[in-house]
Write a protein that binds this ligand. Sequence first.
Ligand SMILES: *[C@@H]1O[C@H](CO)[C@@H](O)[C@H](O)[C@H]1NC(C)=O
Ligand SMILES: *[C@@H]1O[C@H](CO)[C@@H](O)[C@H](O)[C@H]1NC(C)=O
Ligand SMILES: *[C@@H]1O[C@H](CO)[C@@H](O)[C@H](O)[C@H]1NC(C)=O
Ligand SMILES: *[C@@H]1O[C@H](CO)[C@@H](O)[C@H](O)[C@H]1NC(C)=O
Ligand SMILES: *[C@@H]1O[C@H](CO)[C@@H](O)[C@H](O)[C@H]1NC(C)=O
Ligand SMILES: *[C@@H]1O[C@H](CO)[C@@H](O)[C@H](O)[C@H]1NC(C)=O
Ligand SMILES: *[C@@H]1O[C@H](CO)[C@@H](O)[C@H](O)[C@H]1NC(C)=O
Length: 397
Amino acid sequence: MAALILTASLLLFRSTAASPNPNCFQERPHGFCKQLDIPVSATSESATYDVPTVDSNIEAISWAQYEDTWSTPKGPLRIIKNTTTSGTFNIHAQLCIPKSSGKNTLQILSHGVHYDSRYWDPELDRENQSYVEASLKAGYSVLTYDRLGVGLSDKPDAYNVVQSPLELEILRQLTLMARNGSLYAFAKKAAPINTAFNTTSKPSKIVHVGHSFGSFLTSAFIAKYANLTDGAVITGFILNKYLGKAGMASFAPDFAPTSNPPFDRPSGYIVCEKTGIQTIFFGGNPATAFTPQMLDYGNSIKQPVPIGEFASAYHIIGLVATDLKAPVQYMLPEFDFYICGGDCKDLPEFKTLNETYPVAREIDVYVHPNTGHAFTLHNNATAGYQVTFDFLARNGL
Ligand SMILES: *[C@@H]1O[C@H](CO)[C@@H](O)[C@H](O)[C@H]1NC(C)=O
Ligand SMILES: *[C@@H]1O[C@H](CO)[C@@H](O)[C@H](O)[C@H]1NC(C)=O
Ligand SMILES: *[C@@H]1O[C@H](CO)[C@@H](O)[C@H](O)[C@H]1NC(C)=O
Ligand SMILES: *[C@@H]1O[C@H](CO)[C@@H](O)[C@H](O)[C@H]1NC(C)=O
Ligand SMILES: *[C@@H]1O[C@H](CO)[C@@H](O)[C@H](O)[C@H]1NC(C)=O
Ligand SMILES: *[C@@H]1O[C@H](CO)[C@@H](O)[C@H](O)[C@H]1NC(C)=O
Ligand SMILES: *[C@@H]1O[C@H](CO)[C@@H](O)[C@H](O)[C@H]1NC(C)=O
């Protein structure tokens, strides 16, 4: 395993013009945030999958039909050749620390597909929607990052490089950095120097939080690396018979460079049309669950997805967390169309959960009312965050 390169000379700051998060340093009502570009070295298994090429809008829909077709081979049956991927990737991240002396607990947040890290921190109305802002107010430090292939992180080959085992390894490397103090040392040295980051050494506890595909990753992470986490919050994902029933065609995918607006991406990156964003991410009573502004905003921050991620997703679904002692919370939006076939109530199977987490300190399952898959972009979001903070607090986190 190649070591992470942490020398300050390798810090790369984006020009403000290129960045949707223009400020390298921000003072927030309840904390301080720094934007970081972290070189992460990672090596993992990978594969050449039997996946159609996507270089046009027509091929994007055709790809979705192929994925959704019942006779298309699934999982490892699609592997043409097993490979290994190794590299140093630029991962764009934001580390925020609370103004209050805080709990010294760091939450590491992994976003889902079709979005980047802004999903956790929507600028539209941070006070009422941002999970980052609410966490700072509650005394937590928060690391958000753009997963590989997304946002301001590197965007390598969509078929053969951006695959789930590599993304899991990147999450592990970020967690190791947070645990051994090198992440906070990196943030302290990163320009602009601000003394707010001087007193911070390293977190005493780390909680992993995911949304959707980020919850696949988080679930796999806590199953494989149980001793690297102190607690997990799985949002917008639970194994059940309706998972993914809506199919990839529900994304209304375009090829990213020929979408409207276009994205600067290579072959194999697809992006949802606005109808797809609503279908997948918004739910509940349209008069009370979300506003038209939230849907517009949710469409404005959407991100293309490299399609190799879907072909490789089977690696990170359904792993048993035999050794996990830490507590786990499932935070499910009531009307999650893509994950729960439109209704998460009464779906969780407690027998399966007990078998998945046989020694976990607590398994909490909560269904948050009148909300769709993109939890942070609905009206009652902060009341849901409080349910998570209560879960963390009663577990000493
Ligand atoms: C901390 O962990 C990272 C990630 O594995 C590693 O590259 C780095 O050398 C470690 N630093 C220290 C000071 O142990
Ligand atoms: C790839 O590796 C998997 C797991 O080791 C194995 O089951 C599969 O047969 C291999 N596939 C090919 C095409 O080599
Ligand atoms: C947050 O919600 C409260 C209560 O609905 C409202 O008064 C306030 O204006 C909202 N904040 C912002 C920034 O819109
Ligand atoms: C904070 O840390 C930076 C970088 O190590 C250093 O240059 C600066 O003098 C420190 N400030 C204070 C007040 O300690
Ligand atoms: C976690 O477990 C692995 C494998 O058992 C071990 O190598 C590693 O040192 C442990 N890490 C910590 C932080 O306890
Ligand atoms: C799951 O485990 C909890 C705690 O041990 C127990 O109360 C519950 O009855 C179990 N549920 C099922 C369906 O096995
Ligand atoms: C808001 O969310 C909280 C926590 O889930 C819930 O108790 C409450 O009923 C919700 N309010 C509405 C109006 O849906």
